[in-house]
Write a protein that binds this ligand. Structure first.
Ligand code: ASP
Length: 414
């Protein structure tokens, strides 16, 4: 019986093949072949990503808000967990953005010539107040049809809140959102299955039109993201695990390593759940806390994804020669935080949400083609960081809860 190649292997082969074909076309002066006959398939793939991004953001955010309502039932653990997730993700965005800006200022990110077939448009620079006013929609359908991501997020927050406030009468809407969200996630995984075609066609077109230097630039941006991942893991998780849970960084990473390795190879937080649960409990996290924190974290807590989105956005904006002002930087932190919350814990999902971050600052989504070929390499690292953050959170919350119960018993015994 024929054995089907796994998706990661297919993507790797597509990447290698794409580079080879691109190099051959570049050396033989046949770049137009890739632009005319290969890139259109890449465009179809990017169109599918663009097509799915609005419903994914809308439904996953409303569903996420509705699940927070359930969190009221789990009481303070829910809010402490969300606070931990939110703060660490915001820090991740700042780290990612700082690394990217540093690399950019050192001149390590290239500005690409819009070679034949390259169709990206420049962003229209907006200041902070314009961005703020522009976040509020006056017509919902226009927000959807123009894929105005900040407006889509506001719409999701408003509907999520309204459904929650409607109580029993809103039950039908609630069920509809959760079922539609499951369907759109399925659709997203169908699109992700087409990745090898996208990777091959994009890689060959990018290499054929931009030459070999682009490979160096891709290695640099990959390195920048990994520096961000490492800084975040070493500082944020070590410090929180030490100060909040009393676990030394060495012990934390040693016990977390099986899940980290699994996440690195599978590139899916959800698939890593059983392993991360075992590792977190090994570190002393309570079972009832890991059963709540880890599945929630695998869905909403994605620090690695946030770092990747910040780095990729700055890199792609530089490639297109777009200058990012303070307004855009604030927008990137805001949307990358929200985008990482809305990212599904499966491989490749972070790139779909990258489209949202790019759109929010007016950078052409077609630019994703430049880095999509090596997305799997980004994904492995970001998933590894994503689940490490979930494990760190579960040990910290366990410790905090234990302290609370101890204090209560002490008071009762007095
Ligand atoms: N693969 C990541 C995860 O499962 C999500 C992403 O693509 O960023 O955590």
């Amino acid at each position: 019986m024929k054995k089907k190649l796994s998706l990661p292997i297919q993507i790797l082969l597509a990447l290698v093949l794409g580079v080879i074909v691109g190099l051959v076309c570049y050396k033989t002066g046949n770049a137009s072949f890739t632009a005319n006959y290969l890139k259109p398939f890449g465009t179809i793939f990017v169109n599918l990503l663009k097509f799915v991004v609005v419903p994914v953001v809308l439904l996953s955010m409303i569903d996420g808000i509705l699940s927070m309502n359930d969190m009221k039932r789990v009481g303070t653990i829910g809010w402490k967990t969300m606070a931990y997730f939110f703060c660490t993700t915001a820090i991740a965005c700042i780290i990612g953005l700082s690394c990217a800006i540093l690399f950019d200022n050192l001149g390590l990110f290239p500005t690409l010539a819009a070679e034949e077939g390259a169709v990206w448009e420049n962003a229209t620079s907006a200041n902070f107040m314009d961005t703020l006013v522009g976040m509020f929609p006056s017509n919902m359908w226009t927000s959807f049809s123009t894929a105005n991501m900040l407006q889509v997020i506001i719409i999701a927050i408003m509907f999520g809140g309204a459904i929650m406030a409607s109580g029993e009468k809103g039950r039908l809407c609630r069920e509809f959102v959760s079922s539609a969200n499951a369907v759109i996630n399925q659709l997203m995984s169908f699109i992700i299955k087409l990745s090898p075609i996208g990777v091959f066609t994009m890689m060959s077109w990018v290499v054929a039109t931009q030459g070999t230097e682009i490979l160096g630039s891709l290695a640099i941006v990959l390195c920048c993201a990994y520096i961000g991942y490492i800084i975040h893991a070493v500082f944020v998780y070590s410090i929180t695990a030490k100060t909040m849970a009393g676990i030394s960084p060495i012990e934390f990473f040693k016990k977390a390593s099986p899940a980290m390795i699994f996440a690195f190879t599978s590139a899916s937080s959800v698939a890593t759940l059983p392993v991360s649960k075992e590792c977190a409990e090994n570190m002393g996290a309570d079972k009832d806390i890991t059963s709540f924190v880890l599945p929630l974290g695998a869905t909403v807590n994605m620090d690695g994804t946030a770092i990747y989105q910040c780095v990729a956005t700055v890199f792609l904006a530089t490639c297109a020669g777009v200058h990012l002002g303070l307004g855009e930087l604030v927008t990137i932190v805001l949307t990358a935080t929200l985008a990482s919350i809305g990212t599904a814990g499966v491989s490749g999902a972070g790139t779909i949400m990258l489209a949202m971050v790019l759109t929010s600052i007016g950078v052409d989504v077609n630019l994703i083609m430049i880095i999509y070929g090596i997305d799997r390499l980004f994904d492995m690292g970001r998933t590894c960081l994503n689940i490490t953050g979930d494990m760190a959170c579960s040990v910290c919350i366990s410790k905090l809860e234990r302290k609370k119960t101890q204090n209560k018993t002490l008071i009762n015994n007095k």
